[in-house]
Design a protein around this ligand. Sequence first.
Ligand code: UTP
Length: 460
Amino acid sequence: MRNFLQLFPELRTWVQTLDPEQTHRLCKSFEKIPFREWQALKIASQKAFEKKSLSVKRWTQPACFMLQDRQIQSTLWQQAESRGVQHLRHGKVAALTVAGGLGARLGFPGPKGLVPVTPLKRKTLFQVFAEKLRSIERLHGVRMHWFIMTSSDTHEATHEAFQKNHWYDMQYLHLFQQGEIPAFTTDGTCLLTHGPSINYYPDGHGGVFKALASTGCLDKMSAYGIETLNYFQVDNPLVYVCDCHFLGLHLDRVSDFSTKVVAKTGADENVGVFVNKGDVLQLLEYSEMPEYLSVKKTRDGQLYFKWGNTAMHLIQRSFVEAMAKKKLPIHITHKAMQYWNPLGQSQGATSCQKLEYFIFDALPFAKNPLLIEIDRKEEFSPVKNAQGQDSLDTCRRDQISRWNRWFANCGLNVDLNDKEINNAYCLEVSPLFADDYTSFKKMWNALVIKPNCFENLYLE
Ligand code: UTP
């Protein structure tokens, strides 16, 4: 208790009113993390209010394998695919989904992976990913391991949903829980829960390195011969899982950490941006980017810093092992959070300091990091918000227009150029049928009896 009061002297009077059992409970919850770490976190939370001086000297735009390079360097592109296919077929790739976030902006009552995301069948995000992986298993004759990071907030409900759905027919599913971290009020007191004990929260997607190590997942991966992890977030049903072109380029480059990027839609798009600081590739949160640099243009009128993060990565297992031993910087965001004050009164949503580790802070340690540009319309439409941009509505719309585009490209009577998206056919294509245009075309052409009515069409 001495250590606790040393850090939070403002709680001394309250602590004196606790009975021995309550004091014991509080102490136990405080000791969940070492005192040294508490000290470091407290200092970080105090520093959050200090003005940082930012030296932008030697910031340049990073190199990127762009969409146009697929044609310009077509041999490289094709060779990359066959290298990726080999790697995949040898069982060296596993999927890794981070699904421990609170999903506060969306406000869905439960883990985000259980949001019914598809337009017709209302499949959950988890089901969509499982179908993508099963389709890879079928296509490449390989067993796919799927590692899913949950948190104390999402674990039970996620486990229950998978169990209820017979693990979505995935044989090698590994749920593991991320670490936890305290949060602070804006005047520096830790958030409490009734009991009383400390309220802990998921430690951010950057917690994935330590969690993979501490839960034994890295050992499992090593035993299974897995070398490369395809990391993606739980919120984007358009993600291409185990994209063999991407895999091949990543391997050719001998990269530790590769990322798919999108060209920002405009200077004000709220997305993290890649920047070279000297020779070191880094990702800057949009809030950390000085405005004059956000709007800076090249001579041909394009944004100078334009490569936005999609959080789709390929990461080498050996790199995860190294990062699990390192300390990442802590990020502090101000979020409305609920907690209990020492009088045991629930405080409604109040602005607090949420502490998190971010996965992209590993980037400066990575050997030969690679960026590759993707077509946003095909691969990226995350569900983040309850309404407006990046919501369930925009995500369902983007899925529908992707499938309508595939039909149109196959020469079918779906002309999106003439139609507003509101007039597009409401249809759904399961990843078990096809998950990109090339495989869709093959599958469609192979269909002996083809449906001729597109509205409410479901293909599996
Ligand atoms: P977001 O940054 O979108 O955060 O997470 P969030 O917690 O899901 O949503 P908000 O900000 O509260 O609205 C991006 C990805 O990282 C995962 C999320 O589940 C999502 O897939 N994540 C985030 C974790 O796995 N753990 C965390 O502690 C935070």
